[in-house]
Design a protein around this ligand. Structure first.
Ligand code: SF4
Ligand code: SF4
Length: 385
């Protein structure tokens, strides 16, 4: 049985979070568990989620108080802690400063690293890709502890422990992966391989205030009072998606890919939840990004075809759009899909849906939340929300 710790934490008071995290580590095996996780003289990378440059305390990113609580505990096991990320847009250092994490890091002697330098490495026994260009810092770290935020995600339905390491792909190379792997299950296999490359050792999921609806950037904050900790990333994610309403965890592309390839532990019956009872922590009215309903035909190619016909479209809320053209910049398919037209005295994006690969980078990185996903008539007919 794979173990995860499910903890109830009702606010971002750093002392409360530290107390809860210590309880979580105690449930997982206490000091000896931590010593095994972080051997003597290890270089530990803390990998928060910096999706973009947003203000301190924003539900878009890992909260600075959770980061501080983690640092207080990990400092007892390593004097060599670094933290960093490569956000989907904007400068990493500025993102770290605005988020409040840089100030915490300076107080505790934790060194900021950007993910600009890259290494070319080989992965033995990959699910998909043997050769990788990834950021040097996470690859060189002895221990990678991921600190994801629990959020909805238009392409992946949910983002948490596995997806958080997409930030280990340097800068603009992220877009190329979307073009290469437009299908969510194959994209998920790539993410699993990526976690094998950087050897992510442990996850602490920040779901104290999660994000529902139009996530991962423009959704609504949702108080869930939850922290989930564990060594197995897929077990942490499997537990998280059950909390937000996905009873069938295999509806989530990352968990389906992991289950199919026997990567980690996915099935609830094989996960021992320590601490709180999952039934007590479930959020009954969480607004999902994508329906949990899966239509399964026997033929995988037919499944893929139906999925392509039923995937939602990105659509504009015109009154929110400021004509910044960021959506066009981040779209991996560039001008093949998004063009800009004048309408009502302003410039707005227009989509050519036949060329859209439904990666939803435009929806994710629009600074004004002016892009939402909308299901097509066929998916509405099939009851896919
Ligand atoms: S939709 Fe968003 S990203 Fe695109 S132009 Fe409008 S405000 Fe900018
Ligand atoms: S238009 Fe949006 S969803 Fe479509 S390919 Fe471009 S970024 Fe991805």
């Amino acid at each position: 049985m794979e173990k995860v710790a499910l903890l109830k934490c009702t606010d971002y008071d750093v002392n409360n979070i530290e107390k809860k995290l210590r309880e979580g580590f105690e449930l997982l095996g206490g000091t000896s568990f931590l010593r095994t996780l972080i051997p003597e003289n290890s270089k530990v990378l803390l990998k928060p989620n910096f999706l973009s440059i947003v203000e301190k305390g924003s539900p878009v990113i890992t909260h600075y108080a959770l980061f501080e609580a983690v640092v207080r505990i990990i400092k007892e096991y390593s004097n060599n802690i670094i933290f960093g990320d490569s956000p989907g847009s904007g400068d990493t250092r500025k993102a770290a400063e605005e988020s409040g994490l840089m100030e915490v890091a300076k107080r505790y002697g934790v060194r900021f690293v950007d993910f600009n330098d890259e290494v070319h490495v080989e992965l033995k026994n990959p699910l998909m890709y043997k050769f990788w260009n990834i950021a040097k810092e996470p690859y060189d770290a002895d221990v990678v502890i991921t600190l994801p935020k629990l959020k909805t995600h238009a392409m992946m339905y949910y983002t948490g422990a596995v997806k958080n390491q997409f930030g280990c792909i340097p800068g603009s190379q992220k877009a190329a992966w979307h073009t290469k792997l437009p299908d969510a299950v194959n994209f998920s296999k790539m993410l699993l391989d990526l976690n094998s490359v950087v050897k992510t050792s442990f996850a602490i999921l920040d779901g104290i205030i999660a994000m529902e609806g139009n996530g991962p950037r423009n959704g609504t904050p949702k108080k869930m009072d939850t922290i989930i900790m564990g060594k197995c990333l897929t077990a942490v994610d499997s537990t998280a998606v059950r909390l937000i309403g996905y009873d069938d965890v295999l509806a989530i592309p990352i968990l389906k890919a992991a289950y199919d390839t026997k990567w980690g532990t996915v099935i609830p019956e094989e996960i021992e939840i320590l601490g709180e009872k999952i039934e007590d922590m479930k959020c009954k009215d969480f607004k999902l990004s994508r329906s949990a309903k899966v239509i399964n035909f026997i033929s995988p190619s037919l499944n893929n075809f139906v999925a392509s016909l039923t995937a939602p479209n990105p659509v504009l809320i015109e009154e929110k759009c400021i004509g910044c053209k960021k959506c066009g910049e981040v779209c991996p398919e560039k001008s093949k899909v998004i063009s800009f037209v004048k309408h009502n005295n302003k410039v707005i994006p227009k989509w050519k849906y036949s060329n859209c690969i439904r990666c939803f980078c435009c929806q994710e990185l629009c600074p004004r939340g002016a892009i939402v996903t909308k299901n097509k008539p066929l998916s509405r007919m099939l009851g896919l929300k």
